[in-house]
Design a protein around this ligand. Structure first.
Ligand SMILES: C[C@H](O)[C@H](O)[C@H]1CNC2=NC(N)=NC(=O)C2=N1
Length: 117
């Protein structure tokens, strides 16, 4: 499977465990998403984003909320003074799907816009 263009793709409604990515697909997808990793459960992906201060952290959170609303795909967030932990999983599929990769790529692109990585 190719992981080109994830950040400019859009989520589609998915239901059912058949949409969960295989271990091999997950491995190659995560290689294309620097900073993102599978958590211990193996059912979600996460990345921590660093900021200079609370205001910038919240600005990122708000922009990400807008993306999540547009895509109808929502991250779990850990919001701290100068960092934000972003986690994606697809509840309706019980694991990681292409929708999670799309939103992860969009979150990374949002951050890279200001922070360059
Ligand atoms: C009906 C609606 O599309 C679903 O409940 C969406 C909403 N946002 C979601 N967000 C995430 N992260 N996973 C989901 O499975 C999910 N499902």
């Amino acid at each position: 499977m190719s992981w080109d263009g994830l950040a400019s793709s859009h989520c589609t409604p998915l239901k059912g465990s058949e949409h969960r990515l295989s271990d091999a697909d997950l491995k190659s997808a995560l290689a294309a998403l620097p900073g993102w990793s599978l958590d211990d459960s193996g059912e979600r992906i996460r990345r921590e984003f660093a900021f200079d201060d609370y205001y910038r952290t919240l600005a990122f959170v708000n922009a990400l909320a807008y993306i999540a609303h547009r895509e109808d795909h929502h991250p779990d967030l850990g919001v701290h003074y100068n960092r934000c932990v972003v986690e994606f999983s697809t509840h309706d599929c019980g694991g990681v799907t292409r929708n999670d990769l799309i939103c992860a790529a969009k979150a990374s692109a949002l951050y890279a816009d200001r922070h360059g990585a």
